[in-house]
Design a protein around this ligand. Structure first.
Ligand code: COA
Length: 322
């Protein structure tokens, strides 16, 4: 059986920076409050004429370049997004057309902030069963479009961005294991309660916004992501010292610190990038991974435990050696 190896990564953040000081003029908040409660200092916002597929395309082209793979070699495209350009076709099909790829399966995965891990799991299974040899896996979001910019409880947290990886088949791992979970019993704690089939009026009037029970989500995120670390280590028969880097979902520095503390990961082995791009939902993990590879923190041969947590709830992890 083949393994899936990560051979390239890329990411993209829109040019427009929205700082905490900018937010002070939009809602009743302060830079100090946001820093103390979230650790986020700024986030990026897509231009009016910039869409999720644009972010996905930029990240994907970079990942393909790093992998030394031409678009024609890609035989699977999976895009994780909660904010697709259109109802249909999928953002993956739009991306496929942009990249000039024809015929291979391309589809979206919707697991909100855990979406990239879910997409990675799907692509890993394709490669392991030899249904694909070269997969492009993307997390991209224009989350700013589903944020109520008058709600200080949510607007301080989120931003836009895209991240992508190329997975190729290999005789060595690669991805060692993936672990996915969902529980719809918590559907109301973090959601956009309107959509296409239900209350489409809100979508048409531009008021389909994210709502969140912040404290409950915080607690759940810490509990679920801590348990995922244990589950992943146990499944692979390894200890935390066998893992070089932990990349938790980039939602809030306090959540990341709490997960590090609970699982015994020292802070210098936990990746934090949320401070300068906010919570970019499905893009958060590939953004953090790509930035850490580019700045030389994460190197070839390192073992990385990545994990996501999002609305649904959905949560999942992946253990891989680069
Ligand atoms: N600026 C200033 N004050 C704010 C504020 C803001 N942006 N947002 C809330 N407050 C106020 C509240 O109104 C409350 O005031 P009160 O005590 O007078 O009622 C006070 O600050 C404390 O609110 P609370 O909600 O308890 O704060 P918190 O420490 O839990 O932080 C979040 C709020 C949203 C930052 C935090 O709950 C969180 O990060 N939750 C998880 C969010 C997340 O990561 N979601 C995505 C997961 S995928």
């Amino acid at each position: 059986m083949k393994y899936a190896r990560l051979t390239g990564s890329g990411s993209y953040l829109p040019d427009k920076v929205l700082t905490n000081h900018d937010l002070e003029s939009m809602v009743d908040t302060s830079h100090e409050w946001i820093m103390a409660r979230t650790g986020i200092s700024e986030r990026r916002i897509a231009a009016d004429d910039e869409f999720t597929c644009d972010l996905a395309e930029k990240a994907s082209r970079e990942a393909l370049h790093v992998a030394g793979v031409s678009p024609g070699q890609v035989d699977l495209i999976v895009v994780a997004t909660t904010t697709p350009d259109q109802v249909f076709p999928s953002t993956a099909c739009l991306l496929q057309q942009r990249l000039g790829i024809r015929g291979c399966p391309a589809f979206d995965v919707q697991a909100v902030c855990a979406g990239f891990i879910f997409a990675l799991d799907v692509a890993n299974r394709f490669i392991r069963t030899q249904g694909a040899r070269c997969a492009l896996v993307v997390g991209a979001e224009t989350f700013s479009r589903i944020i109520d910019w008058t709600d200080r409880g949510t607007c301080i947290l989120f931003g836009d961005g895209g991240g992508a990886v190329v997975l190729q088949d290999d005789d060595r791992p690669g991805i060692h294991s993936t672990h996915l979970h969902s529980d719809g019993a918590y559907k109301d704690l973090l959601c956009v309660p309107t959509g296409v089939s239900r209350n489409y009026e809100a979508v048409k009037s531009g008021t389909a916004y994210t709502t969140m029970a912040g404290n409950d989500v915080f607690r759940w995120a810490v509990t679920a992501m801590s348990a995922l670390v244990d589950e992943t280590l146990e499944a692979n028969g390894i200890g935390r010292d066998d893992v070089d880097w932990l990349i938790p979902h980039q939602a809030n520095v306090r959540i990341i610190n709490a997960v590090g503390k609970r699982t015994g990961f020292p802070a210098d082995r936990v990746i934090v990038t949320v401070n300068h791009h906010g919570n970019t939902s499905a893009a958060s993990v590939p953004l953090a991974l790509d930035e850490s590879i580019r700045n030389g923190k994460i190197r070839t041969g390192d073992t990385v435990l990545m994990e996501g947590f999002g609305g649904g709830f959905t949560w999942g992890s992946a253990l891989l050696t680069l």
